[in-house]
Write a protein that binds this ligand. Structure first.
Ligand code: SF4
Length: 437
């Protein structure tokens, strides 16, 4: 399997791009994590991976999106983006995730890539703007991997993403990227309407056949102005996705990314562990893309290194979250975010200015934290890589307090029991070791 994966990389991707990825993402990426660990030992902080939403606009209107895509366009301009990247580079960072809106709607996106050829960018995109011309330019630049989102079959994609022909256009962009031998990934926000179609061997085999080198399964998080809780996965479905990811890593010649588990299958939140934070389209420094609260900005006078190190809002976010759960705080404990925002007088970073109300309306549900059901990595390569470079860096042993954990599934059972309606609650794990008081 590993041999087949290596062969695929060598045959199907431009070798120059491959070398660049191996050096910048691989070797220098490990170095950036090493520096992160050294900083933590000294009591200092700067996240080794930064995500930056460079624009709020998007051509689609996806269900459950939390970005103000229809508001007046705002961009992180080239100068501010370059300055942020330079300041992160000075801390050892070499990899940046670029999000939107739709990043390819940023008129100067290529200029940002061009000005920073010594780092690597992963662009989260719907693929609609990737023409042969764009893909050829990305190949010339050599430092960008498009991560193209596919959200289901034609009918599901069109209904989830708000217009007709969405999947067709996405597939055209994907094909253009592959024709130009880019290193291409496909990501999916897994929910009830696409789990059967996209979390299976036939879909992964199709991606491999097309030339896709990696896939990434996110879990749909029903947050934002128009959440769709009916699409959210149950605990059982989330465990099914995790098992599929672990099995696929051990058996298929494709890289599978998930950002929510360590080598032993213990859940983690990459924002709570300080592995990453996010810069929004207005320059606000947020814990992660879906938590639209901030006290700091890249446009502040202070150097970014000082801001990250000294931000009491971000530090409190990491500690408070890690004290209560290893999972996703916005899904499990949105009340903690309200508390945090009040304590720090954090600003709502959206145009709609309703984030606190939105958080108050979130119904807590389990996320990647499925205590008692940890599924360890089967693949020794992932085990090794995660042991060294993707784990909680001691966050949870330092902060997690089991007595503070409130199991949303158990709370659901209690609520249903109190209303005499327990038969409607799905939970086959009421005997889990950690139950709220
Ligand atoms: S808070 Fe939730 S969405 Fe944000 S990084 Fe953590 S797990 Fe992901």
């Amino acid at each position: 399997m590993y041999l087949r994966l290596a062969q695929r990389f060598l045959k199907e991707t431009d070798k120059r791009l491959l070398w660049k990825a191996a050096w910048t993402l691989g070797a220098r990426g490990l170095w950036s994590v090493h520096r992160h660990k050294r900083r933590l030992k000294k009591g200092e902080f700067f996240p080794p991976f930064l995500y930056m939403s460079v624009i709020n606009s998007c051509n689609l209107r996806c269900q459950g999106c939390w970005v103000d895509v229809g508001a007046k366009q705002n961009r992180i301009e080239v100068e501010a983006a370059n300055k942020t990247i330079a300041e992160a580079k000075a801390m050892g960072n070499s990899f940046f995730g670029i999000l939107g809106g739709e990043p390819f709607m940023h008129k100067d996106l290529m200029k940002i890539f061009e000005a920073n050829r010594d780092v690597y960018f992963q662009v989260f995109t719907n693929g609609h703007f990737i023409t042969d011309e764009v893909a050829a330019e990305l190949r010339r630049l050599g430092n960008v991997t498009p991560l193209i989102s596919v959200e289901g079959t034609e009918i599901i994609s069109d209904s989830r993403r708000g217009r007709a022909e969405v999947l067709n256009h996405t597939m055209q962009g994907l094909e253009a990227a592959l024709r130009n031998k880019l290193l291409v990934g496909v990501c999916t926000s897994v929910c009830k309407s696409n789990i059967d179609d996209l979390v299976n061997n036939a879909w992964v085999d199709r991606l491999i056949e097309m030339g896709v080198m990696y896939c990434w399964y996110h879990i749909y998080r029903p947050v934002g102005p128009e959440p769709n809780p009916q699409l959210a996965l149950s605990s059982e479905e989330q465990r099914r996705v995790r098992q599929f990811v672990v099995d696929t890593r051990a058996t298929k010649p494709i890289i599978v990314i998930d950002a929510y588990h360590d080598d032993a299958g213990n859940a983690l939140c990459p924002a709570a562990t300080g592995f990453t934070h996010h810069v929004g389209p207005w320059g606000d420094i947020e814990p992660c893309p879906v938590i639209q609260l901030a006290t700091d900005s890249i446009h502040d006078e202070k150097p970014l290194a000082q801001t990250m190190n000294e931000s009491s809002f971000l530090r409190d976010f990491r500690e408070l979250t890690a004290q209560h759960t290893r999972g996703c705080v916005i899904m499990e404990r949105p009340d903690l975010l309200v508390e945090l925002a009040e304590k720090h007088n954090a600003r709502d970073t959206t145009v709609r200015s309703e984030v606190i109300d939105e958080l108050k309306k979130v119904t807590p549900r389990r996320s990647q934290f499925q205590p008692g059901d940890e599924i360890p990595e089967r693949s020794f390569v992932y085990r090794w890589a995660k042991k060294y470079a993707f784990n909680d860096f001691g966050t949870y042993s330092k902060h997690f307090d089991v007595s503070r954990y409130e199991d949303p599934d158990a709370a659901g059972i209690r609520a249903a029991g109190e209303s005499g309606n327990s038969s409607t609650v799905e939970n086959k794990h009421s005997d889990l070791p950690i139950i709220s008081n």
